[in-house]
Design a protein around this ligand. Structure first.
Ligand code: 5GP
Length: 134
């Protein structure tokens, strides 16, 4: 059965898309640590552990994530973009990209800010616009 993230990448389940190419997809986290918190996934490989990916998919995922991080940094006010790989909840490899003002913004146990769907739509559209310039 397809994972929830495969169903998001195919458009079956809606998401706020930030970037896409043939093999990878980026979209806003539904429950963000900070506005602009983005998830990056391989579209066609559902392995739930990043270090199980084949070399080409693994390298491609990080190269794609770098472009998405540059696009986030260009449009979401932040000091830098933090990176995390957890996978404790959703069994489909994904990289978290989190716009950071301070170290505490990367704390996955903290309470999450409220980001409305209208705000998410605007953030995702501006990240996508920056990504397409790269
Ligand atoms: P992890 O598996 O890395 O521990 O956490 C999974 C992340 O995916 C969480 O930050 C959670 O908010 C996010 N997430 C879970 N389900 C959905 C979903 O259906 N849509 C989106 N956009 N994000 C999700």
């Amino acid at each position: 059965m397809a994972t929830i993230f495969t169903r998001i990448a195919s458009g079956e389940i809606p998401s706020f898309k930030c970037a896409e190419d043939e093999n990878y997809y980026a979209f806003l986290d539904i429950n963000p640590l900070a506005p602009g918190h983005t998830l990056v996934i391989p579209k066609h490989i559902e392995d739930d552990y990043i270090f199980n990916l084949d070399e080409s998919t693994y390298q491609g995922l990080w190269a794609f994530a770098r472009k998405v991080a540059l696009a986030i940094k260009a449009t979401v006010p932040c000091k830098r973009v933090g990176v995390a790989v957890l996978g404790m909840e959703v069994p489909h490899t994904h990289i978290h990209l989190v716009p950071l003002q301070s170290e505490g913004d990367m704390d996955f146990r903290k309470s999450r800010p409220v980001v409305t769907d209208e705000e998410k739509k605007q953030i995702a559209e501006s990240i996508l616009k920056e990504y397409e310039k790269l």
